[in-house]
Design a protein around this ligand. Structure first.
Ligand code: MG
Length: 436
């Protein structure tokens, strides 16, 4: 037996994250049912506990449940991604100091690794008190509720987190340590096969056909059968369920190979001028991302599509261009992208969505000064400082403070967000005021 202290994997996950962020800015909504809508105010993407209790379904189209929402006086908000993104960064910064290693998995979810303390008898102690202290710290510093799942592996930590959220009778509400229970079997049996992380819809159907209905049965089924059906991926999943870590933490984000900005339009686009403005807007956003990542794009793709529900023939198209020299300069990228927009536009197909994909990304530092560089070195340096200044101004005074004329001034096609809350944590003029 090894004498090293065993490692524990934890999954920390925000409860109703978007709805909780909304309540943070506006305490008047605390304790009241609230839902957050997806882009273009389309579907429900987050519900407060009170809205959930009313039986308002997740993912429901807004127009369908609107009468129900109005009847119950449910507060409706458009998604405010600058608020959620900012709160996410604060959450991750707090979590960083609570674990030995952190993997940010999604906007409101992170895996962490830490050593289990030892009991006097020499075995690994439970981490319930630690988990409870973490929840309190996050609640106190950020005002956000989180659930903490603790286990020997990532797949089990996901399960533990689910149990922490949905088991009402836990001694420490919101925290569950699957690595410290005497018998994990009844807990695993409470997790339906569809709820196991990494099990897709097809695999869960295959399992059901074989009588495998829950996580415990998946753990105990013959490995050979699983391997035949889904190879090493299935075996890894099963080993994780058995408590042997196979999925390492990914703490450093890999250098991105592509960057994409795309949006649905609030109203279909029917003129080439509007499409050019939309593409120019997305491209400026993508180029800004690129410069922040210190990367240049070697090629770019513009794509468009119509609505599959419009009753007209569906139209979807894309065009790619390779740049003679990789670039992060918005003007250079615009000159390449706008002719593609002209080519893809079709007068008989109102467009519902468009996007820009920057590809063949390479590090801006590695990029050698090209022999055929379009600009002399001094001019190139001036150009770079101009772009850096524009980015700094936009970061400081808000997106769109300075923009390319090609992006247009009024954008009737822009995302519908009619019920947007304030940017109370990222814009000075919208910071909440407290009278004391
Ligand atoms: Mg969550």
């Amino acid at each position: 037996m090894s004498t090293a202290t065993p490692l524990a994997t934890v999954l920390i996950d925000g409860n109703n994250f978007y709805a909780s962020c909304e309540a943070l800015l506006d305490p008047a909504v605390l304790g009241r049912p609230l839902v957050v809508l997806s882009n273009n105010d389309g579907c429900i993407v987050s519900r407060s506990a009170e809205a959930r209790a009313l039986g308002i379904p997740m993912g429901a189209p807004f127009f369908q449940v609107r009468p129900q929402l109005e009847r119950h006086g449910v507060i409706v908000r458009s998604s405010n991604y600058s608020l959620y993104g900012d709160m996410s960064q604060r959450l991750m910064a707090t979590l960083e100091s609570w674990v030995e290693e952190l993997e940010v998995y999604s906007i409101d979810e992170a895996f962490g690794v830490l050593h289990r303390p030892r009991t006097s008898a020499g075995s690994g102690a439970d981490l319930l008190a630690w988990g409870q202290a973490l929840r309190q710290a996050v609640r106190q510093r950020l005002g956000l509720p989180v659930a903490v799942g603790i286990a020997p592996t990532k797949v089990l930590a996901k399960i533990a987190n689910r149990l922490a959220k949905h088991s009402p009778s836990l001694p420490q509400p919101g925290v569950f340590d699957l690595g410290a229970v005497a018998d994990p079997d009844p807990w695993l049996e409470a997790i339906a096969i569809e709820e196991v992380w990494g099990i897709g819809r097809r695999l869960s159907r295959w399992c059901r056909l074989r009588g495998i209905r829950d996580a415990r049965q998946l753990r105990d089924m013959p490995s050979g059968e699983l391997r035949l059906r889904c190879g090493v991926v299935g075996l890894r999943l099963q080993r994780e369920l058995r408590g042997h870590p196979c999925l390492p933490l990914v703490s450093l984000p890999a250098a991105k190979k592509e960057t994409c900005v795309s949006r649905s339009f609030s109203t279909p686009i029917t003129t080439v001028a509007e499409l050019r403005e939309a593409i120019a807007t997305y491209l400026s956003r993508a180029a800004e991302k690129l410069r922040r990542q210190r990367q240049c794009a070697g090629s770019l793709t513009v794509f468009v599509r119509s609505s599959p529900f419009s009753g007209r023939p569906f139209y979807s198209n894309a065009a790619t261009i390779t740049l003679p020299l990789a670039s992060d300069d918005t003007a250079v990228l615009l000159a390449a992208a706008l002719p593609l927009a002209d080519r893809l536009f079709h007068p008989h197909h109102p467009l519902q969505k468009a996007g820009v994909l920057l590809q063949a990304l390479q590090s801006a530092n590695q990029l050698q000064h090209h022999l055929f560089s379009p600009l002399p070195a001094a001019q190139q340096a001036r150009r770079e400082s101009l772009l850096a200044t524009i980015d700094a101004l936009n970061a400081r005074y808000g997106r769109g403070t300075i923009q390319w004329a090609a992006c247009g001034l009024r954008s009737p096609w822009a995302m519908r967000r009619s019920r947007l809350s304030r940017s109370g944590t990222t814009r000075l003029e919208e910071v909440p005021v407290v009278w004391a």
